[in-house]
Design a protein around this ligand. Structure first.
Ligand code: C2E
Ligand code: CA
Ligand code: CA
Ligand code: CA
Length: 279
């Protein structure tokens, strides 16, 4: 028994160590990557379901670690939140997104609006609103050209506080989108309270609408509810034409997903937009 106890203890610690080590490797790697400017942004179009034209795109951060290779943001963003690097990383993302948007505009390329993800700690940073204003001013981007994507989880952490921050951002002219809708614990009443203009229905609801009547009814209901509250709706994770037809039938406004385009590098996106061949 003693032996087994020791083994399971060792197993436990080595598992803990592996996680702690990964955390440390990612933290160290992110510090270095920030210094060396090694993060990049990928861009995925958001498409109008009526016209099939892009109405904007979402910026998604990308990072290739020298040893670990491509690390998905779902893995390193939480670590950046934990170790306090999210402020610097989030600021880099905003700055780079605005720089790229203004570069596209200089080349005469039309990009209506760029959406940027804002994580929780970044959102509650008292400097956020000022920093966004500075970044917009120095890149010559209008506040109405920028959309901020926040999750329900982030907003529900501090309903009073987040309402205040959102109100300031909205008054500046930024669009506010509720990301991953349906995955949080949102009491629907919150939707009315927050100054939000766009609802992004999480891919997990969209995936099976062509296969599962319950999912179909849910998404259709979300679209109706959102419209009644004066919000526009984006369906996330759209991968096939059946989904496109169903979503259009529900009156869903926009869609995003591999069916239209995968996230592309800035250069790939520039090529696609310049060729004007559509997506
Ligand atoms: P998200 O904001 O919900 O972003 C959408 C994710 O779905 C992206 O994953 C995108 O590549 C993926 N996706 C798009 N279309 C499809 C599809 O048709 N099928 C499937 N299976 N996936 C699709 P990605 O880039 O790995 O990002 C994951 C999450 O990491 C994002 O989820 C967001 O929460 C976070 N994230 C990404 N970039 C940033 C950033 O710059 N800042 C912050 N704070 N978070 C970010
Ligand atoms: Ca998002
Ligand atoms: Ca999402
Ligand atoms: Ca079912």
């Amino acid at each position: 028994a003693k032996e087994r106890g020791r083994n399971s203890y060792q197993f436990f610690t080595s598992d803990m160590n592996a996680r702690a080590l990964e955390h440390m490797a990612l933290e160290h790697g992110m510090r270095r990557a920030l210094e060396r400017d090694e993060f990049r942004l990928a861009y995925q179009p958001i498409v109008d379901l009526e016209t099939r034209e892009p109405v904007g795109m979402e910026a998604l951060v990308r990072w290739t670690h020298p040893q670990l290779g491509e690390v998905p943001p779902g893995r390193f963003i939480p670590v950046a939140e934990d170790c306090g690097l999210i402020g610097r990383l989030g600021e880099w993302v905003l700055t780079e997104a605005c720089r790229q948007l203004s570069a596209w505009r200089r080349e005469g390329i039309t990009v209506q609006r760029l959406a940027v993800n804002i994580s929780s700690r970044q959102f509650y940073d008292p400097q956020l609103v000022d920093r966004i204003q500075d970044i917009l001013a120095s890149s010559g981007i209008a506040p109405t050209d920028l959309s901020l994507e926040l999750t329900e989880r982030t907003l529900i952490d501090d309903v009073e506080g987040s309402t205040g921050i959102l109100t300031r951002l909205h008054e500046l002219g930024l669009e506010i989108a509720l990301d991953d809708f349906g995955t949080g614990y949102s009491a629907l009443g919150f939707l009315k309270r927050f100054p939000i203009q766009l609802l992004k229905v999480d891919a997990s609801f969209v995936n099976d609408i062509a296969l599962d009547d319950d999912d179909a009814a849910l998404v259709e209901g979300i679209v109706t509810l959102a419209h009644n509250l004066g919000l526009k709706v984006v369906a996330e994770g759209v991968e096939n034409l059946d989904q496109v037809h169903l979503l259009a039938g529900y009156g869903c406004d926009y869609a995003q997903g591999y069916f239209f385009a995968r996230p592309l590098s800035a250069q790939q996106m520039t090529d696609v937009l310049l060729q004007g061949q559509g997506l």
